[in-house]
Design a protein around this ligand. Structure first.
Ligand SMILES: [Zn+2]
Length: 476
């Protein structure tokens, strides 16, 4: 057994099944960990609730998480610290600690340099203290934790027990090596289970593409049926900062294809969606809203536009988007913009990425803001009059809209990662059958430009061509 326990294959077997061997001690807590994996051993921030413990790299990250997760809770959290130690491998069942002394024993083998960190922590430890571990394996890190209980003198009532760490010394005068002997002696250790809730784990279980997206900032203009789904998809993908801009209130007929429901009717779409995203993804770096149209926001706070990596507009109104296109071209340092919209009945969708140079959004539009290249042709009216209020609506359901939302969200993540150049249009189209069911057909433009249109639907990239006499960008 002893020889076998040093065999790599043997160690890997336990590492693979770590969670099923390491179960917390009765009374031991779950730790919700927001720690970023792959760092060095360090002091980290801890909050102990009566139910669970929470760990984060710093106070700000933990504070942000609580404010997002438990809005309206005005509690001032008093955070303490814990020690996070990175080990070259997870520990084996034979090494599971039962006392303070056995914790030190495996640390001397696996992370001797971390003992100094513990000595530092011991200086200020006045009660139990928490140590979190990250054991490296070939498949990524394994997280677990222990709580080292203070030494107690048995057989005395709790309130009369002397402080066994302090005993025999004046306050603050216990030499480090004595403190360490007392804190890491025969005293009890409880095992804790760590549940990772950090961005890297939540958005793809440590796949390397998540980290760059977490640092990105997206400004969403429009939080309607399309915008709300795009925002939700971006948050799920791991974009770390999202700001929503929309002046409208949610109404009953919106609910059929919006990410919000009846409980949020007559509330601001932007505000309620922000609250939903904050609660669902409390680790996000920033989630904010402005319940007004973008023009009024722009007049007051230009920095909201400037301090973002990408703007995604889904308002589908030429008045708003034509103006956005104009501003984007005239203002130095304006971020790239994706214009996303659904065609009639959502059987086609478009996402156009426009940068500071090259074609502008208007280059692909006629004077009325109608796209020059369309996917489908229609013999009949594609909008329907809404009874009693004179507005017209685009009739389509949530299922077909999802294809367009996925397209726009995908275009946004590709733009954020620099994987597509500005001037790229991505197009989604439904099957020929579905288009026909709605009374349409693929347009001759589309069939000419793209000779091999799959009948079962698909997506493809096109160049958004520059118009020579464009009044916005002058074709330059
Ligand atoms: Zn142009």
């Amino acid at each position: 057994m002893i020889v076998a326990s040093y065999d790599d294959a043997f160690i890997n077997d336990f590492a693979d099944e770590f969670d099923s061997y390491w179960s917390k001690t009765e009374g031991g807590k779950n730790i919700v960990s927001l720690l970023s994996p792959g760092g060095a051993s360090r002091r980290v921030c801890l909050w102990r609730s009566t139910v669970d413990y929470y760990l984060a790299d710093d106070d700000a990250a933990l504070d942000n998480w609580f404010r997002n997760r438990f809005p309206g809770n005005k509690k001032n959290y008093r955070f303490t610290t814990a020690t996070h130690i990175v080990l070259e491998r997870p520990i084996l069942p034979s090494e599971y600690p039962k006392s303070g002394a056995t914790v030190l024993r495996f640390l001397r083998d696996l992370a001797p340099e971390s003992i100094e960190l513990l000595e530092e922590a011991a200086e200020t430890a006045d009660d139990k203290f928490t140590i979190s571990f990250e054991g490296r394996t070939d498949d990524g890190p394994v997280f677990f934790a222990v709580e080292v209980m203070p030494p107690v003198k048995q057989g005395m009532k709790a309130e009369r027990r002397p402080d066994m760490v302090q005993k025999g010394f004046r306050p603050g005068k216990v030499p480090t090596h004595i403190r360490m002997q007392r804190l890491f002696g025969g005293n009890k250790v409880e095992r804790l289970e760590t549940m990772r809730a950090d961005a890297s784990w939540i958005h793809g279980r440590d796949t390397p593409t998540v980290t760059p997206l977490f640092g990105k900032r997206v400004l969403m203009i429009g939080a309607g049926s399309l915008g709300s789904e795009v925002a939700l998809l971006l948050a799920k993908t791991g974009v770390g900062s999202i700001t929503l801009v929309d002046p409208e209130l949610l109404d009953y007929p919106n609910v059929g294809r919006h990410m919000l429901g009846v409980t949020q009717v007559r509330t601001s779409k932007a505000k309620s969606l922000t609250q939903k995203l904050a609660g669902d993804f409390p680790h996000m770096r920033s989630i904010k809203y402005f319940a007004e149209d973008w023009q009024s926001l722009y007049g007051k706070r230009f920095n909201v536009f400037k301090n973002t990596d990408l703007i995604v507009s889904t308002v589908g109104s030429w008045v708003a988007e034509g103006r956005l296109n104009q501003v984007a071209r005239s203002e130095a340092g304006f971020p790239p913009v994706i214009y996303g919209w659904a065609g009639p009945f959502s059987v086609a969708g478009h996402a156009v990425l426009i940068g500071a140079n090259g074609p502008c959004f208007a280059c692909g539009m006629d004077h009325f803001g109608k796209a020059l290249q369309t996917v489908c042709e229609w013999d009949t009216e594609t909008t329907r009059k809404q009874p009693h209020c004179g507005a017209s609506i685009q009739p389509y359901g949530p299922v077909s809209l999802s294809g367009v939302a996925a397209l726009v969200a995908k275009a946004a993540t590709k733009a954020l990662l620099g994987e597509v150049p500005p001037g790229t249009e991505t197009v989604y189209w439904a099957s020929k059958e579905e288009v026909a069911e709605q009374g349409g057909r693929f347009s001759s433009d589309f069939l000419n430009y793209f000779t091999d249109v799959p009948d079962f639907g698909g997506t493809s990239k096109f160049e958004w061509r520059q118009k020579e006499d464009c009044v916005f960008c002058g074709g330059s």
